[in-house]
Design a protein around this ligand. Structure first.
Ligand SMILES: [Zn+2]
Length: 175
């Protein structure tokens, strides 16, 4: 079944959705995104992703427990309200219970503008402290990236645009 393009914008107001419908109808999304963001010409490695996450954490969340793993996960699908996946896995290690904090990011994000990647990492890192998508969570995201909300919105627009382009090209159903 095909995804309804605006399903990426669940939670946004009807006024916003109406505006986006207009952009889609006039085919303006692609130009809007191209004007503001540059898609890198290569994919990012897991190592680079891990380093970028560590750098953000070192700068803003120094006191939070260390990250054990940050990877692109080919099995992860982009679903509503979940850009990535953060988990706290408890394992018994040498007779002690050790919490391992992992961040997994859908592989389709391995080649996105750096602003979007930073936004996704900020989102997942903020969950180390704030489990829910509440005011405290978004305040922490804005603290780490002042333009967080704009980037999250534009990332969602880029997912819409990606589906529209695939559909137009007669490609496989978007995941
Ligand atoms: Zn979240």
């Amino acid at each position: 079944m095909e995804r309804e393009p605006l399903s990426y914008l669940g939670g946004y107001s009807e006024a916003v959705l109406e505006r986006v419908r207009g952009w889609i109808a006039r085919d303006e999304l692609g130009a809007y995104l191209a004007e503001r963001y540059t898609v890198p010409d290569r994919v990012l490695s897991n190592r680079e992703l891990y380093d970028a996450a560590q750098e953000l954490k070192r700068r803003h969340l120094r006191s939070s427990p260390p990250l054990s793993k940050v990877v692109f996960d080919p099995k992860l699908q982009v679903i509503e309200n979940a850009l990535g996946l953060h988990s706290s896995v408890s394992r018994v290690h040498g007779g002690r219970l050790v919490a391992k904090r992992e961040i997994r990011i859908a592989r389709l994000f391995e080649r996105v503008p750096e602003e979007f990647l930073r936004m996704i990492l900020v989102h997942e890192l903020a969950h180390l402290r704030e489990p829910d998508h509440d005011r405290a969570f978004y305040a922490l995201c804005r603290h780490m990236e002042p333009d967080y909300e704009q980037y999250e919105f534009d990332l969602r627009l880029s997912l819409i645009q990606r589906d529209l382009e695939r559909r137009r090209a007669g490609g496989p159903a978007p995941d």
